[in-house]
Design a protein around this ligand. Structure first.
Ligand code: AHR
Length: 327
């Protein structure tokens, strides 16, 4: 673990001190043992393990922040509990890590702990989702354009259903997460002014189990009145499939299903005609995040944000690419 960060007040002073150390070839310590190597200790505060996307993202991060790549990774998954995630970040600060990577469960509530990290001279790099706190409190964000994902999903629904009266239900992601908020904003804008009516919209917390339960409720309330389901991720859509089948309806035909992520199980459902359209959300953010962390710790300047491009898939396209997808 690099000792110079203890005396730095982040930003400029920190950058200069770290660069000087690197140029002098002095390196830092690992785990406070007083050694002379350049291992970078990183605390990664992951959301939890709520979805297939999250598993792929965790794997990508662990692979990139490996010992071979010069990192000592301290991993924490907060089981989708914001208080537990704030506690994890505070613990990383107390351990004096070189950098903190944060995939924030929700956007709000980060001001105090991010200020504490800044005061301790520990840079924070956001990965995946964003926070509402001032961008002075973190060095960079590596993520996806969630609003565009929602907009792409909405544009498909508007194009295919927008000119005839259509009833839609929504399975939202975790309330207060930037992924859920921004996707819905983009989707709403795309279906505005069409003949689509939103019958109901509730959170399924990005999980398969809750997606199923909430969809069961929608089916009890509205039955076969539902024409389209928009699920903020594949997992909730996959949970809803079970509920739709159990209600004696055919997913993909009686109820059209549009989701976001494009993980293996979702793409399989799409190729099988049970889903109708998927917008990708690329979980392979590890390599870019590790590169940014290295630059920040070395005192090099980095962009405030790096957006990874997404694609979208129809059933025919899913069939073509399914076998070659890495996750
Ligand atoms: O923040 C990205 C979202 O989080 C993914 O779409 C979802 O599957 C995950 O849980």
């Amino acid at each position: 673990m690099r000792m110079n960060k203890l005396v730095a007040s982040f930003a400029l002073v920190s950058a200069v001190a770290l660069t000087a150390t690197a140029c002098a070839g002095g390196g830092g310590n690992t785990g406070g043992t007083g050694g002379g190597d350049d291992v970078i200790t990183v605390g990664f505060a992951q959301t939890g393990s709520e979805s297939g996307w999250r598993s792929a993202n965790t794997e990508s991060m662990k692979e990139a922040f490996s010992a071979e790549n010069g990192f000592d990774l301290i991993f924490n998954a907060a089981d989708n509990k914001p208080e537990a995630q704030i506690a994890a970040v505070r613990s990383f600060i107390n351990q004096g890590v070189d950098a903190i990577v944060l995939a924030p469960i929700v956007s709000d509530g980060w001001d105090d702990v991010l200020q504490e990290a800044k005061d301790a001279g520990i840079p924070v790099i956001l990965e995946d989702r964003t926070v509402s706190a001032s961008d002075d409190l973190y060095a960079s964000w590596i993520g996806l354009d969630f609003e565009k994902e929602g907009q792409t999903a909405g544009a498909w629904v508007a194009e295919n259903f927008g000119s005839t009266p259509t009833n839609l239900v929504v399975l939202e992601g975790t309330t207060g997460s930037s992924a859920a908020t921004d996707r819905q904003t983009g989707f709403d804008a795309a279906i505005e002014g069409t003949d689509i009516s939103v019958l109901d919209s509730q959170t399924g917390n990005f999980t398969r189990a809750e997606g199923k339960t909430v969809m069961e409720g929608f089916l009890q309330k509205f039955g076969s009145e539902i024409n389209v389901l928009f699920a903020h991720n594949d997992d909730m859509g996959l949970g809803a499939l079970d509920a739709i089948k159990a209600a004696g309806l055919t997913p993909g035909k009686d109820i059209s299903i549009v989701t976001i992520d494009a993980v293996k199980d979702g793409m399989t459902a799409l190729a099988d005609g049970e889903f109708n359209f998927i917008v990708e959300c690329n979980p392979l953010l590890g390599e870019k995040t590790a590169e940014v962390v290295k630059s920040v710790v070395a005192g090099e300047s980095v962009d405030k944000q790096y957006i990874v491009e997404d694609q979208s898939f129809t059933p025919e396209q899913a069939k073509e690419v399914l076998d070659s997808r890495p996750y």
